[in-house]
Design a protein around this ligand. Structure first.
Ligand code: KIV
Ligand code: ZN
Length: 513
């Protein structure tokens, strides 16, 4: 019998994580991530902000309809319209639907942003919770910028919203300002000074501006918090949020001094991290804890020697515990469907038959040109063929001539809103000519902010991988593309970014947030 306290893992990758610059996801991408979070067995998935746009609403609704295990939360401001809209999307999850409403409680936010008195904020918070509680018993209330809120006022708000029906009360460090011992004191203060605190779960939501989000979350757990809000790979506003994998693996690895547990199936962590990077184009830094490429690599001879003698000399957790398989079998021209299907399963992809078939055809084509196919190649194939499916703009064919003699010219054929279009354009170089041609065919105006070219693996026969960052009207998106021909990979990345831009442009920004 495990008498450790269970910490609720509230994943907000699809809401706060999506607020990372360039991280916007379409509905299908969000659903894929939600399925992976379901496999990881997170307790709550915050699926989005339903009133923000039709796309956000649809994503929350689809996730509420489809995902069966975790609770599904939707964020809303403390206003009737927001709450009603949130429930319209969440009701499909039945009792697992959670309304998450919030208002700022710090003096600076109340005075300068909301222009409301503390009494008015308190009244609005209580009214919002009562309205939400009219729909469901599963109501979370967040005191935005709690860390910079006067303690006595914070305690007053927490007590009032619990009395009004909130079953979870969240204490966000919205600007990532707290220091662990200070955050420990704040949570301890609330545990002591809010008389009805035992009637709700106290949650924390830490941002990483000072690199302390995980440390602050662990300090809060020690002080009595029962829920941690976090994101995969720590993505989120500015420097991001508390990372799921770090907080979960810290609790698991140091259970000797932290008597807590979570329900997370940690063996799915690595696949989830990879999937999120593929979908968003936000790569994980190599030295990132738990999921970085170097997290389990031992470089120094003395370390390698120690690990060979006994892994525990330098390993505090095993790669297998996060689902990282180290004996990778390299596939090639002669590998059959069976080996390919096994490998994609090992990598954590759970694809329907027709998608497996598409990916296999592309694998075969690549294997004809490239001797060894590595996991990174398979990731790129799946991303390109299945995950980054194209919507409005599709590349049909292209041809580029370049060199030191004649002006580089790109001939590009695309499907734009279902219509076939073709053009030939000259440019300063082959990529410039290609991008100009795509711009002409799509009639788009996004500004190219960044263009990165890389090789997925070593060798001159490696697939090229491109990342494109575009900006338009203050919105940023990232697009990716991979192909044996680096110019085709560039075109794919550019078109992927344009499709993403088209889907985020319909989202209106929500005032006051
Ligand atoms: O950082 C924050 O304060 C938030 C809340 C809306 C929970 O994301
Ligand atoms: Zn946040």
């Amino acid at each position: 019998m495990d008498d450790r306290k269970k910490i609720i893992i509230f994943d907000t990758t699809l809401r706060d994580g999506e607020q990372s610059p360039g991280a916007s996801m379409n509905i299908d991408e969000k659903l894929r991530i939600a399925h992976q979070l379901e496999k990881m067995n997170v307790d709550v998935i915050e699926a989005g902000f339903p009133i923000a746009s039709i796309g956000d609403f649809e994503a929350v609704k689809r996730i509420a309809e489809t995902i069966k295990g975790p609770q599904i939360a939707g964020l809303c401001r403390a206003s009737d319209n927001d709450i009603d809209r949130a429930w319209d999307a969440l009701k499909y999850a039945g009792e697992r639907g959670r309304i998450h409403t919030f208002i700022a409680t710090s003096d600076i936010h109340m005075e300068r942003k909301l222009q409301m008195s503390p009494d008015k904020v308190l009244e609005t918070a209580v009214k919002a919770v009562k309205r939400a509680a009219g729909y469901t018993n599963n109501v979370e209330f967040s005191c935005e910028d709690a860390v910079r809120t006067r303690k006595t006022f914070l305690a007053e708000v927490v007590e009032a919203v619990i009395a009004a029906g909130a079953t979870t009360v969240n204490i966000p460090d919205t600007v990532g300002y707290a220091i662990p011992h200070e955050f420990y004191d704040l949570i301890s203060y609330l545990m002591k000074n809010v008389p009805n605190i035992d009637q709700a779960v106290l949650s924390v939501h830490c941002h990483n501006d000072l690199g302390l989000a995980v440390a602050n979350s662990l300090a809060a757990i020690r002080a009595g918090a029962g829920q941690v809000e976090c994101t995969i790979n720590g993505i989120g506003e500015r420097a991001g949020n508390c990372s799921v994998e770090e907080v979960v693996m810290a609790l698991r690895t140091r259970h000797d001094i932290m008597p807590y547990t979570t329900a997370i199936n940690t063996e799915h962590i690595y696949a989830t991290s990879r999937l999120l990077s593929t979908v968003t184009g936000i790569v994980v830094q190599p030295n990132k804890a738990i999921v970085g490429a170097n997290a389990f690599a031992h470089e120094a001879g003395i370390h390698q020697h120690g690990v060979m003698m006994d892994k525990e000399t330098y390993e505090i957790m095993t790669p297998e515990s996060i689902g990282l398989k180290q004996n990778k079998l390299v596939l090639g021209k002669h590998s059959g469907r069976h080996a390919f299907v096994d490998r994609i399963k090992d990598l954590g992809y759970d694809l329907p038959k027709e998608d497996v078939e598409k990916a296999f055809m592309r694998f075969k084509a690549l294997a004809d040109q490239k001797k060894e196919i590595f996991d990174e190649d398979i990731d790129a194939i799946i991303a390109d063929e299945i995950i980054r499916y194209e919507e409005k703009y599709k590349l049909k064919q292209m041809n580029v001539s370049s060199g030191s003699f004649a002006a580089p010219t790109a001939t590009v054929e695309m499907e734009v809103n279902g219509l076939l279009k073709k053009t030939a354009v000259m440019g300063a170089g082959p990529v410039d000519a290609t991008f100009r041609a795509i711009k002409e065919l799509t009639g788009t105006n996004s500004e190219l902010k960044q263009f990165i070219v890389g090789a997925i693996t070593g060798g001159t026969d490696a697939q090229g991988e491109c990342t494109v960052r575009l900006e338009e009207n203050g919105r940023e998106v990232l697009g990716q593309g991979a192909h044996e021909d680096i110019i085709v990979a560039s075109a794919k990345a550019y078109i992927n970014a344009l499709n993403k831009m088209a889907s985020v442009m319909d989202r209106k920004s929500v005032a006051g947030f």
